[in-house]
Write a protein that binds this ligand. Structure first.
Ligand SMILES: NC(=O)C1=CN([C@@H]2O[C@H](COP(=O)(O)OP(=O)(O)OC[C@H]3O[C@@H](n4cnc5c(N)ncnc54)[C@H](OP(=O)(O)O)[C@@H]3O)[C@@H](O)[C@H]2O)C=CC1
Ligand SMILES: O=C(CO)COP(=O)(O)O
Length: 339
């Protein structure tokens, strides 16, 4: 293995877990956090209790709140902040890259769509970072809860990029015997799949709370994936992506797991809690909430029928009772399954 310097931007649950993976692989890892308390906790105690409880991190991880120090000499820079912070952090990264006159492969592990622009994380990053500093742009997708990765549960992800050399470098840096990385070249499909499964995961949680059983859940997964793939097709995504790790793989993990923040949000919405209560209670990002609104708008702009996403929109943003939303879905005009 050739030792690399790798910077991870964002010290929440996923950024910290991924920083730990590459540190375990023997790379020099700098973890950038915007809060001084987080930096101190990681450097002094090798822990990030708020996000990963008592898990002990690799002692070699160096945390810093100085972006330039974090990325100095890094050949791979991984951005793992929530979608809503991605533009701001990419702007700061561009300044730091310019100050150091340094280029790097920039990877995102964020799963969401930006409100108003409807952009995916790599599109936001490409907007904010001067192309001359980018040695490649990639996204990590697939079924991978931080809670499982940190305890070495076998985990398979995919790194998508239009630059296969960059994807292979990321693959080599992150892979180990419990974290297996595939490459693929469908960036838009992989990122869309990762963002949209969060919406279906919210619905799956709500179904669970409402007491519905496996018929309803299987119907949601199948028809949910069909509409995700339909939107993907409108963006030129490869249909096969939705049958792979980024698609059905991540949908299954997120929409069945108590680790999923989106599934848990759905459980609470199904119990009758308001969206504000759910957000306040979670203390971690629930990407599917804002993605639901973006998808509702995007589906209309693209002329793609997304009845499940729209039903979730009605529940979250229009106060429709979940049972009424399900009834409205069930009572729609009958049609051929392929549509
Ligand atoms: N958690 C997981 O298992 C997985 C998450 N993801 C995706 O990764 C992304 C991050 O999720 P996750 O780690 O769970 O989120 P968390 O809520 O656990 O952590 C978010 C992190 O981003 C930081 N942050 C928020 N705003 C800013 C900002 N403006 N500048 C700098 N840092 C900021 C937070 O800091 P602070 O603590 O100060 O608020 C926190 O450290 C999401 O898009 C998610 O969908 C993808 C796969 C797995
Ligand atoms: O994308 C994820 C797992 O692959 C994480 O999903 P949650 O944000 O719902 O926890």
């Amino acid at each position: 293995m050739s030792k690399k310097t790798i910077a991870v931007l964002g010290a929440g649950s996923w950024g910290t877990a991924l920083a730990n993976v590459v540190a375990e692989n023997g790379h020099d890892v700098r973890l950038w956090a915007h809060r001084k308390e987080t930096v101190d906790e990681i450097n002094k105690h090798h822990m990030n209790k708020r996000y990963l409880g008592d898990r002990v991190l690799q002692a070699s991880i160096v945390a810093t709140d100085d972006m330039q120090q974090a990325i100095d000499g890094a050949t791979i820079i991984l951005s793992v902040v929530p979608t809503k912070a991605t533009r701001e952090v990419a702007g700061q990264l561009n300044q730091a890259l310019s100050a150091l006159a340094q280029s790097a492969i920039v990877v995102t592990a964020t799963k969401g769509l930006e409100p108003k622009t409807y952009q995916l994380a790599t599109e936001i990053i490409a907007d904010e970072i001067d192309a001359k500093w980018l040695n490649g742009l990639a996204a990590i997708a697939g079924p991978s809860h931080a809670e499982g990765v940190i305890k070495h549960d076998p985990t398979l992800v995919t790194v998508a990029s239009q630059n296969q050399s960059a994807a292979q470098q990321v693959q080599a840096a992150f892979s180990n015997s419990s974290f297996r990385v595939y490459t693929n070249d469908d960036l838009v499909g992989s990122e869309l799949a990762g963002a949209l499964k969060n919406v279906v995961a919210i619905a799956a949680g709500a179904l669970q709370s409402l007491g519905y059983d496996d018929n309803a859940k299987a119907a949601l997964f199948t028809r949910g994936l069909a509409e995700i793939a339909r939107l993907g097709a409108a963006f030129g995504a490869d249909e096969a992506t939705f049958m792979g790790l980024a698609g059905v793989g991540d949908l299954f993990a997120t929409a069945t797991s108590i680790h999923s923040r989106n599934y848990r949000a759905g459980l609470q919405l199904g119990e009758g809690k308001s969206m504000d209560e759910v957000i306040a209670h979670m203390g971690m990002v629930i990407e599917g909430i804002s993605t639901t609104k973006v998808v509702h708008e995007l589906a209309a702009v693209k002329g793609v029928e997304m009845p499940i996403a729209n039903a979730i929109y009605q529940v979250i943003y229009k106060g429709q009772a979940p049972k009424d939303a399900i009834k409205a879905l069930m009572d729609r005009p009958l049609h051929h399954e392929g549509k």
